[in-house]
Write a protein of this length. Sequence first.
Length: 318
Amino acid sequence: MKQQEPDLLAIERYLFSMNFTIPTTQIGSLFKTIKNWISINNCGGIIYGNSRVGKTRAIHYLSRKLKVTYGSRLPIYSYCATAHSVTEKNFYSTMLSAIGHEEPFSGTAEKMKLRLIGRMLEDARKSKYRRVIMFIDEAYLLDPKEYLWLIDIYNRLYNEDVIFTVLLFGTYELKQQKIQFKRAGKDQIIFRFMNAEVEFKGITSLSDMQICFSCLDEPFKIKGCNQEVILSRLYFPQAYQDGYRLSSFAEDLWQAFENIKKKYNIDKNDILMKHFMDVVYYCLKHCGVFGKNIYLPTVEDWEKIIREIGYIECYTEE
């Protein structure tokens, strides 16, 4: 059979899709933490970090992992909060949409709430754990009133012996929101949904970066292609034949980031996953066999790429 030509656009789309997530050190640690929260019946926590650090992808990955751990019947919902007018109808219609209800917009706020709680109870009773888990992304956009409505949902479910766990994701504004709630004495919100917290970071060490590259070295398949894709073999075939893999890039890329941060006085202890993936894909596309066709990128090559993807502009005024 004739070997199929690689669809480079399809590969690019896959690497930046929600179907592809690198299980970073941070994600692995967060998964263990959330499992511990669940095991001690913690009803919530906040996970905060820089924008573009990989929190949204983490939600998708964690949802799948929790299904594997606790069974496919465990109801796990997620939604992304947005800037919005704060009304009960808006809140309950958003929640109904998040859980996949077929009638998210009809009726009064009270009827919406009853439908929401009814569906949650129905879903929770299908699992032996009698639990509902909800991920809320960009949670710092929630209004204090909406936290009170979440408490009402929690209490209604609790009275039916169902545990409602709310995992709030957001930027450092979410941490500031927790501090403001503490100062305002809103313990009913803190103790239910914000008592536990995790700061979510990007790549913080060379070993973290090596793990990311090792994941990129794993073969994968994409729709419409009858053969596995191995990125190092596809983009750097000669180096691949000589035993090199993408994981061979880790030390040079790490050093390149260190050099750039020192040169431009960038005081950041972690590398955002957004920047890591942008740099790696730029290298594959422009330095590999379909671009400049270099054997392997050097530290100097990586530094040029870091500049090209706009990393410096994110942290300086240049």
